[in-house]
Design a protein around this ligand. Structure first.
Ligand SMILES: Cc1ncc(COP(=O)(O)O)c(C=O)c1O
Length: 413
């Protein structure tokens, strides 16, 4: 994403130094051009029914870009639903799923007439029928199924195995059919699944498509008019040069082979694939030290800013913007948080660094800011959007004093 012109780092037509001059590190930067390219390419290959998984990056400026590129939104909480509406998504382009929707969440979604509420249990279907009757409405629903397929990724991001908490067991289809046949206020028009994230193995997609096709056929033969088959997200992003190659063109081949020309629309819900490579995290070195022979660079971003390395052992490349051709010192880059797991990378070769230098943590557009916290009473990171020669602060980090003021000390203390 960074390009050097006369040793000056640029994102699109904007010098990173100009951003650093007005925004305090750590902050995320996104390139509108990269987002646009990714979305257009995905639509070109997989068709127009793409629903951006809002959980991966829910900043409203990002959502506005997605909406203006004419894709939909896939939300997993009522908060994400409200954000998507506020960013301008038409309700008919929003899918609401999630394993734990409260009654109030469902009532809100029903009132908004969104495209689909994807139910994740038989109990939720019953509750929806009750709510729809009370509101004297007929509502379109989908069911998220659990096809018992192992995505082959780390267990913390697997969602499609029988024992995972997500979706309705694929063996419950008869029960779903019987239940919805007796729910006069519900139209079951969609089925969906999501196996997990970071899936590179084409066989996993192939097996998922085969299972979902069988299920769609079963519903259709039971007289249920399935209009949407949603095959989830999870497309792999190459974070590390040793990661497997992955091309969505290969998914398309399996898709055509399995579904051919069907009577229903096929859709996908990618998050990471559309936004991860369009973002970087910019951080400053606040301390350097040697412990046990390790050269530590302590930066001002921590696991509170980007939790993926600490939470999933996720790999993010780190680069410097100083002496970029002289990468000869081995460093371990750590955050300031009081936790041993607050390490971004070990043994990365960089040019010699000192306090005040800037480091770039790459491919952090997805599951970065959205998962940040104020742990250790530190502020949330700001976010910047770049569009050619222009940039805008799209989230301005609050002063930590505001966070402190939000605590309420009871009168008896
Ligand atoms: C239901 C659902 N759909 C889509 C996604 C997007 O996944 P990814 O960002 O890996 O494409 C997720 C994330 O896990 C999800 O839970």
């Amino acid at each position: 994403m960074l390009q050097f012109k006369n040793k000056i780092p640029f994102i699109e037509g904007t010098s990173l130094h100009d951003v650093i001059n007005v925004c305090q590190t750590p902050f995320y930067v996104y390139s509108q051009d990269i987002i646009t390219q990714k979305v257009e390419m995905t639509k070109k290959i997989l068709g127009k029914n793409i629903f951006f998984s809002v959980k991966s990056n829910s900043n409203q400026a990002i959502l506005k870009i997605m909406q203006s590129l004419n894709i939909g939104a896939d939300v997993v909480s009522v908060g994400e639903l409200k954000r998507s509406l506020s960013a301008g998504f038409h309700p008919s382009k929003i899918i609401f799923e999630g394993v734990g929707k409260s009654k109030d969440d469902l009532v809100f979604a029903i009132q908004k007439n969104i495209r689909l509420i994807n139910t994740e249990s038989l109990e939720e279907i019953k509750l929806l029928q009750k709510l729809a009757t009370e509101k004297n409405k007929t509502i379109d629903i989908g069911v998220r199924l659990n096809p018992n397929i192992d995505g082959g990724t780390i267990s913390k991001i697997s969602t499609g195995k029988k024992t995972d908490k997500f979706g309705i067991d694929i063996n419950e289809i008869e029960n779903i059919i019987n239940l919805v046949s007796n729910c006069n206020n519900l139209n079951l028009i969609g089925i969906s699944c999501h196996i997990g994230s970071q899936i590179s193995n084409i066989d996993v997609y192939k097996n998922t498509f085969i299972e979902m096709k069988k299920v769609a056929d079963k519903f259709v033969s039971a007289g249920i008019n399935i209009q949407h088959v949603d095959l989830g997200g999870g497309f792999h992003v190459k974070y590390n040069k040793n990661d497997p190659e992955f091309e969505i063109k290969d998914i398309k081949k399996e898709l055509d082979r399995c579904f051919g020309k069907s009577s229903y629309e096929i859709s996908f819900e990618p998050g990471r694939y559309l936004i991860a490579e369009a973002g970087i995290l910019v951080t400053s070195i606040i301390n350097t030290k040697q412990n046990g022979g390790i050269n530590y660079l302590i930066v001002d971003a921590g696991m509170n800013t980007l939790v993926r390395p600490a939470m999933y052992n996720a790999y993010h490349d780190i680069e410097t913007i100083k002496n970029i051709t002289d990468n000869s010192v081995s460093y371990t880059v750590a955050g300031p948080i009081c936790e041993s797991s607050d390490i971004f990378i070990k043994n990365v070769l960089l040019s010699e660094q000192s306090i005040g230098d800037i480091l770039i943590i790459k491919n952090t557009g997805a599951y970065g800011k959205v998962m940040s916290s104020t742990y250790n009473t530190r502020p949330l990171p700001s976010e910047i959007l770049i569009n050619k020669e222009n940039f805008a602060i799209i989230y301005s980090s609050d002063k930590i004093e505001k966070n402190i003021e939000e605590d309420i000390i009871p009168s008896w203390l």
